[in-house]
Ligand binder design. Structure first.
Ligand SMILES: [Zn+2]
Length: 579
């Protein structure tokens, strides 16, 4: 261990607090408020003092963020402990909302101070731009509208969270029902699929009503902020400085032209393998050859041990970093009773450590999940030396390159999980097929929203027609006949449309980056890894386009980027025997 911990000693060191008192209880407003007062009232008389002030503000933001993350992690690790839930809720209800208006004042003060004291332009370009943007978009009259929006969003979560069905004598959540879509018996799949669809359609009117109100509300917020429609507003609010709505439309067109044909080829192959005359919506998840699922590991220990080998293969230092996470108890991988479902990477912003949470069950998708989330974790560790919290987080379009990029960089090292060549090929094929399925779906969700918010006065009838149009444009050759209503309201299940409008294209942008990284890594693996790591170290301190360039990737959404990647995907799938 001596050798090991020596190599990762730097990960244990965290800059000491110099502003937030070490004994401060960040769950108590009485301890938090004076720190904000200090930031808002402390005299700042020089550029040096302003930089120190910025670091102090960052320290407070990181400490508050870590408090929230720790409570969140503790709650999800044991959901049957009411004390943990209460501690988390206390923080998000009593502390966090009170910080928001104060952060706004802190930002405004920064802009005022910034005008008086010169700071290096290049270093503060992103911070200045984003702070300016946040202050500029703020409208007092949008505060109550935002509260209404949150309430509607919570109603959606309640409705969707209540989706459970009785199936063959047992009750399942719709997430649990997914496993029946992998059943070799076609009648079982159809029955399971229909049960889920029927359940969702029961809430059709409720969700249509919710959505009408969300669109109207969002349109008003955009107009209050001086924008013609919510799309333009959302692009600014999401900080999309490097691409425009037109670039997204170009992405849709390029995906339709170059990726949908690949999707159709995969579907046709699947249809033939399944031996059916038409591919139906319940035929998409089952293994078309009727093989049992891959079993790449048995338990959490084995998953971690094998993942460690993979990361060592990518780069020895990433191996050490993963070992560090394991030693420090920053991995919670195995499914167990009382643990919340799903997987995430949380950041303890003050310690500058990641935390990985997932529910491994021994299947191939668990390997992909761990590799993906570890990419986020390496990103978090790469930016530890950056004093400004906002620069320790990259925009999603690039932070997903860190995670999706780690998925492609791990591909040559997966033999530890799949020692047999046929399994390895199958895992690779499933991975690349996943990419071919993802891009058209991203285009579908994104294209739909462009239409919705550009014409906020639309009727429900028009909305359904638009959805049908975009869905059919990208869905490939799947036969939905007889299920027209299910098709028309399929989008009700896509949480982002209700909760995170316009937030989805990020996954497409990042996937294009990750695929470029894959191609680069085939040319010169070490060089590709080195550029990837160099870009991770920049965190969010540079504009998005520069982050891509630092990684050796072209930033773009159009045909010039999509077409060559689609060609490479087609060749790879061909080589894997699924073209
Ligand atoms: Zn991710």
């Amino acid at each position: 261990m001596g050798e090991q911990s020596g190599g990762t000693q730097y990960l244990r060191r965290t800059p000491a607090r110099r502003f937030v008192p070490s004994e401060a209880d960040l769950g108590r407003w009485a301890h938090v408020e004076p720190l904000f007062r200090d930031l808002l009232e402390r005299p700042v008389r020089s550029a040096e003092a302003l930089e120190a002030w910025l670091v102090d503000a960052s320290e407070l933001a990181a400490a508050l963020s870590e408090e929230r993350s720790r409570r969140y992690v503790a709650m999800t690790q044991q959901t049957d402990d009411p004390d943990r839930e209460a501690a988390y809720l206390q923080f998000v209800r009593d502390v966090q909302p009170r910080t928001e208006p104060l952060w706004f004042s802190v930002r405004r003060r920064y802009l005022n101070l910034r005008r008086r004291f010169p700071l290096p332009q290049d270093r503060y370009f992103v911070l200045d731009r984003d702070t300016h943007n946040a202050v500029e978009l703020f409208r007092e009259e949008n505060v109550p509208l935002r509260v209404q929006e949150t309430e509607l969003e919570q109603r959606y979560q309640k409705v969707a969270g209540g989706w459970s069905v009785w199936f063959r004598g047992r009750e399942y959540t719709v997430q649990q029902m997914a496993r029946f879509l992998e059943e070799p018996d076609r009648a079982t799949r159809q029955e399971a699929w229909e049960a889920v669809v029927r359940r969702r359609l029961e809430d059709k009117e409720v969700l249509e009503d919710l959505f009408d109100r969300l669109v109207a509300l969002r349109h008003r917020m955009a107009q209050n902020a001086g924008f013609p429609d919510y799309r333009d507003y959302a692009f600014r609010a999401l900080g999309r400085w490097d691409y425009t709505p037109e670039d997204c439309l170009a992405f849709h067109a390029a995906v339709e032209r170059h990726v949908v044909p690949l999707l159709e080829a995969l579907q046709e192959r699947r249809r033939v393998q399944l031996g059916v005359d038409r591919l139906r919506p319940w035929d998409l998840e089952v293994d078309p050859l009727g093989q049992p699922p891959l079993r790449p590991f048995r338990d959490g220990q084995e998953l971690a041990r094998k993942a460690l080998e993979v990361f060592r293969g990518v780069h020895p230092e990433l191996g050490e970093q993963f070992r560090f996470l394991w030693d420090e108890g920053l991995l919670d991988l195995e499914s167990r009773k009382g643990k919340a479902p799903g997987g995430y990477q949380a950041t303890f912003d003050e310690r500058r450590w990641p935390f990985l949470f997932m529910n491994a069950a021994g299947v191939a998708s668990d390997v992909r999940t761990l590799v993906h989330e570890s990419g986020h974790a390496f990103h978090t560790l790469a930016v530890r030396d950056e004093p400004l919290l906002s620069y320790r987080h990259a925009p999603t379009e690039f932070s997903e390159v860190a995670s999706m990029g780690m998925e492609v960089l791990s591909l040559p090292h997966l033999d530890v999980f799949y020692p047999e060549e046929p399994d390895r090929r199958r895992a690779r094929r499933e991975f690349f097929e996943g990419v071919v399925r993802l891009l058209p779906w991203v285009a579908t969700v994104d294209a739909f929203q462009h239409q919705l918010y550009a014409q906020p006065g639309h009727t429900r009838q028009e909305r359904v027609q638009w959805w049908r149009g975009v869905f059919r444009r990208f869905r490939g050759k799947v036969d939905w006949s007889g299920y027209e209503e299910a098709e028309a309201y399929l989008w009700h299940r896509q949480l982002h449309l209700f909760l995170h409008p316009f937030y989805y294209i990020e996954y497409g942008v990042a996937q294009l980056g990750a695929l470029q990284l894959w191609l680069r890594s085939r040319e010169d693996y070490e060089e590709a890894v080195a550029r990837y790591r160099a870009a991770l170290r920049l965190g969010g301190s540079r504009p998005l386009r520069e982050l891509f360039e630092a990684a050796g990737l072209r930033f773009g959404l159009g045909e010039d980027v999509v077409a060559p990647l689609a060609r490479a995907l087609a060749e790879e799938l061909q080589a894997l025997g699924s073209g």
